[in-house]
Design a protein around this ligand. Structure first.
Ligand code: ATP
Length: 372
């Protein structure tokens, strides 16, 4: 069966003066998907969302929503629900009137408005605040009401522009769980703009990673984290140790590498992941802290095989972070961060201790680099 796309962007481009803010943006969003636009500040997330919403027109390209071409169609004729970063509730209206506003504009009957407002407030688990005014609500409650207001008209598309960024850390976590539940219950196609990678990983079916107005990668959270299309994507999502080095040879399915500087170098291997490398080429080498095994020295010899790389190191310092311990380990001229699950901590870990680090070559990412 052919896929149904609720949103299609074809070659979207937007410039402000000479500044190209969005370029060659292609995306197809399936019905019911939750898609995040993720990227650093200024990468064009909000501009793209505003073009989808109808607040801005693209300079080039086509935008389709539910099979209709939307270029030039005003925002109020696009059947969208929107929630913004700031609480955009009307202060002089009660919660019920705020939530019912969109239905009133559509000239729905009073009884229908009452029923649907009650349903929307149930959905966000705030049926008891209908008669309050926005200033009588907490920040988290106001954002829940803004979400109820966006959903009450049963829009084709829900657009969320950093809706959690004004909330404190605990509330953010609670509300992102709430958003996930609401998405599951309503099945509404959703676009979520954020610069918070954890939020994007948690909520999305697929993530669009943007940098300087260009799409770097579109993929599931798993693909974005484990199969990054570029060095930018790898370093933007999650923590990673960066080593500098160069290619010493190619053997079978592996690239052989030398990392570090001067005398203090060590060898390792990596999977090229489809990229072509030449002997002598400078590279950036990345390894995530949670992919490194740490053992007291003496339990494993320094070695490099196709299956495993082991190197000797010395713990510089340790930090206890609740569920894991972060260890800073000197390896040759390099420093590597290692995350040891706190529950599995070898009793004797101390600063100054000689240790052995090991990892699978498949967990090493290599990108062409300047070697600096
Ligand atoms: P943030 O996370 O900080 O909100 P963003 O990824 O949403 O960033 P945009 O708001 O889309 O980024 O902005 C992208 C670029 O376009 C920025 O360089 C911004 O300064 C510029 N820009 C946005 N709106 C306008 C405008 N109306 N006029 C001129 N430049 C603009």
């Amino acid at each position: 069966m052919a896929k149904t796309f609720d949103v299609e962007l074809h070659g979207i481009r937007k410039t402000f003066g000479s500044n190209v803010v969005v370029d060659r943006f292609d995306l197809q969003i399936e019905r019911g998907e939750c898609i995040s636009f993720l990227g650093p500040s200024g990468c064009g997330k909000t501009t793209t969302l505003n073009m989808i919403a109808g607040f801005l027109d693209p300079d080039q390209g086509e935008l389709w929503i539910k099979g209709k071409r939307m270029n030039g169609v005003p925002a109020n004729r696009r059947d969208l629900g929107m929630v913004f970063q700031t609480y955009s509730l009307f202060p002089h209206m009660s919660v019920a009137d705020n939530v019912g506003y969109g239905l009133k504009l559509r000239k729905a009957a009073k009884e229908e408005i009452k029923t649907r407002v009650a349903q929307a407030l149930e959905l966000v688990k705030l049926p008891h605040v209908a008669d309050r005014y926005p200033k009588q609500l907490s920040g988290g409650q106001r954002q829940r009401i803004a979400i109820a207001r966006a959903l009450v008209t049963e829009p084709s598309l829900l657009l969320l522009d950093e809706p959690l960024s004004n909330l404190d850390a605990k509330l953010r976590e609670e509300l992102r769980e709430e958003l996930k539940r609401l998405h599951k219950e309503t099945g509404v196609t959703t676009i979520f703009v954020t610069h918070d990678q954890e939020e994007a990983l948690y909520l999305s079916d697929r993530i669009v990673v943007l940098d300087h107005g260009k799409v770097e990668q579109i993929g599931t959270p798993y693909e974005i984290y484990n199969e990054p299309a570029s060095e930018f994507v790898h370093t933007f999502i999650g923590k990673s140790n960066r080593l500098t080095g160069h290619v010493t040879g190619l053997r079978g399915e592996h690239v052989e590498l030398l990392a570090g500087q001067g005398e203090q170098v060590f060898t390792l291997t990596a999977s090229p992941r489809g990229r072509a490398f030449a002997s002598g080429q400078p590279v950036s080498i990345y390894l995530r802290p949670e992919k490194i095994y740490l053992e007291p020295a003496g339990q494993a010899e320094a070695s490099v095989t196709q299956e495993r790389v082991s190197v000797a190191g010395q713990i510089r310092q340790l930090a206890f972070l609740g569920s894991f311990i972060e260890c800073e380990v000197a390896v040759g001229s390099e420093t590597m961060m290692v995350r040891v699950p706190a529950g599995l901590q070898p009793q004797s870990l101390t600063a100054g201790q000689q240790v052995s680090l090991s990892w699978h070559p498949a967990d090493v990412f290599v990108f062409p680099g300047k070697g600096q």
